[in-house]
Design a protein around this ligand. Structure first.
Ligand code: G1P
Ligand code: ZN
Length: 545
């Protein structure tokens, strides 16, 4: 075995976005592309030398090749021990858990989340820090700089490591520990939730449930938890054998994608409970019979029912949501007399609050929910939290949600996306909105809609006082309605404008309306302010979520 120094040339396009480096798989398959990024990672995070690093991915096409390259580069760069999920597979939350549990210096996660997989689809690499959460922007900026200047990398010439069985190997001076991808995660879930209570409720009620793993990473996790531990029948699982192209599915859990599951939960014979997770297991969708629980409502309901879960029965320290997420959780936090923090979009902004013990639960509108035991969102965590609530309250999902609305009001909420705009058009609309909101406070924009506060959201992190400016333009009305404008940070082509609309209804007779009808007045205000139709030449949003 020897360490080789390989000369290389930088790629200019290795700038990590909100969720790491995400590109077409073929881009990653270019010579030295993964090697350059891996070497730049070890250059940027020198603490990884002599320490533990966790490595795994969502099992998509090219996962196996990239894993071997990273193992050999890690060995050549003096990593002490690399913990790899069997077959190179770890869900994003399981990777976060392993980083924390093993006090690793960080982790490398191979995933493009819910993007389709395969040679002609997407691949991704994300670097996580020692707290188990995504690396912060200052660090990913340094990583990008390292990528742009790289001229060589170190790699061991050792043969590929067998990662198909649980064992330990040594490459150069580095231990390679192949671990069960599911075991530690399943233990962590049993520490949080009342598995006995859920199990006996499932038996006594005959709860009919399905979980759709969408041929992606959560299949084995779901089998262990739902079938082995909770003793649900095998057929509660759908698409539970991971495939490297996700069987052609687009594993993004949302009603418009999981239409089959939505149909199965409809009508008198519908399922009692149904759920799905995304490609790397960090997102979730929750359905009950004849109801889809919006992610914003889900966060609020989980917070309000904290007392049903053993790990949280003594109370929550606080909750956090992103600016793009409805304020339903704020109402619960106020009632529970705990703080609720509003952060910019992106899970990483929850990291400091969680590290400081200021919040226990957090969530975002894009089907992400999580808590303080790790630093990533966690799809199966949300599913188990719901099962725990259903079992403890012995109530169908729809009743739990309806009672919640009756107590706290319903935050009708939706997102309008204008996709693939020329970048200048996106910037122009944002500039116009920014200019217009400057003087809006106190004005009545339509009858009953008096602006309480309007600004360009700048977030001061309460832990380290760092400031993230220009995180979205928000207009908050005295009647608690809200409008937020922002440009997506994850799109790859042009600009995607996202407009979030929210209206709070307290009246018990108006809790069952169409969201679109309720927010129509706000949508009109949006056009008056930002002239979106006029500037984009479109007559309506491309998608309404
Ligand atoms: C989107 C979601 C956001 C999420 C991010 C990464 O970002 O809106 O909530 O954190 O993906 O999964 P956006 O495209 O809006 O910047
Ligand atoms: Zn994901």
């Amino acid at each position: 075995m020897a360490i080789l120094t390989i000369q290389t040339k930088p790629y200019e396009d290795q700038k990590p976005g909100t969720s790491g480096l995400r590109k077409k798989t073929k881009v990653f398959m270019q010579p030295n592309y993964v090697a350059n990024f891996a070497q730049a990672t070890f250059n940027t995070f020198p603490d990884m030398q002599g320490s533990i690093v966790v490595l795994g991915g969502d099992g998509r096409f090219y996962n196996d090749r990239a894993i071997q390259v990273i193992i050999k580069i890690a060995a050549a760069n003096g990593v002490g021990r690399i913990i790899v999920g069997r077959d190179g597979v770890l869900s994003t939350p399981a990777a976060s858990l392993l980083i924390r549990k093993n006090e690793a210096a960080g982790g490398i996660i191979l995933s493009a989340s819910h993007n389709p997989a395969g040679p002609d689809e997407d691949f991704g690499i994300k670097v996580n820090a020692s707290n188990g959460g995504p690396a912060m922007p200052a660090d990913t900026d340094r990583l990008f700089e390292a990528c742009k200047t790289i001229d060589s990398y170190l790699i061991s010439d050792a043969p590929d490591v067998d990662i198909s069985r649980l064992h330990e190997a040594v490459i150069e001076n580095m231990a390679v520990q192949v671990v069960d991808s599911v075991e530690d995660y399943a233990i962590a879930m049993q520490d949080l939730f009342d598995f006995d209570g859920i199990k006996s409720y499932i038996k006594s009620s005959g709860l009919r449930m399905k979980f759709d793993a969408m041929n992606a990473v959560t299949g084995p996790y779901a089998r262990k938890i739902f079938v082995d531990l909770l003793e649900l029948p095998e057929d509660c699982l759908m698409n539970a054998v991971p495939k490297d192209d996700f069987g052609g599915l687009h594993p993004e859990p949302m009603p418009s994608v999981n239409t089959v599951l939505v149909e199965m939960a409809k009508g008198p014979a519908g399922l009692d409970f149904a759920a799905a997770c995304d490609g790397d297991g960090d997102r979730n969708m929750i359905l009950g019979r004849d109801i889809f629980v919006s992610p914003c409502d889900s966060l609020a309901v989980l917070a309000a029912n904290y007392f049903t879960v053993p790990a949280y029965k003594d109370g929550l320290n606080g909750v956090a949501r992103t600016i793009a997420t409805s304020a339903a959780a704020d109402t619960v936090a106020k009632d529970l007399r705990i703080p609720c923090y509003e952060t910019p979009v992106g899970w990483k902004f929850f990291g400091n609050l969680l590290d400081a013990g200021m919040v226990t639960l957090c969530g975002e509108e894009s089907f992400g929910t999580g808590a303080d035991y790790i630093r990533e969102k966690d799809g199966l965590f949300a599913v188990l939290f719901w099962l725990n609530i259903i079992a403890a309250r012995q109530m169908p999902v729809k009743d739990i949600v309806t009672q919640h609305w009756m107590k706290y009001g319903r935050n009708y909420y939706c997102r309008h996306d204008y996709v693939g705009l020329p970048k200048e058009v996106g910037d122009e609309i944002m500039a116009l909105a920014r200019e217009k909101v400057a003087g809006l406070a106190g004005q009545e924009l339509s009858p009953g809609y008096v602006v309480q506060k309007a600004d360009d959201f700048a977030y001061t992190d309460p832990v380290d006082n760092s400031v993230a400016a220009n995180q979205g333009i928000r207009i908050i009305f005295e009647n608690r309605a809200r409008i937020v404008f922002r440009l997506s940070g994850t799109g790859s082509v042009g600009a995607t404008l996202r407009v979030y609309l929210e209206e709070v209804v307290i009246d018990h007779d108006r809790l069952d309306l169409e969201v679109g009808d309720v927010v129509a007045g706000l949508a009109k205000i949006v056009q008056d302010i930002a002239l979106i139709n006029q500037k984009t030449g479109r007559t309506k949003p491309d998608t309404v979520v």
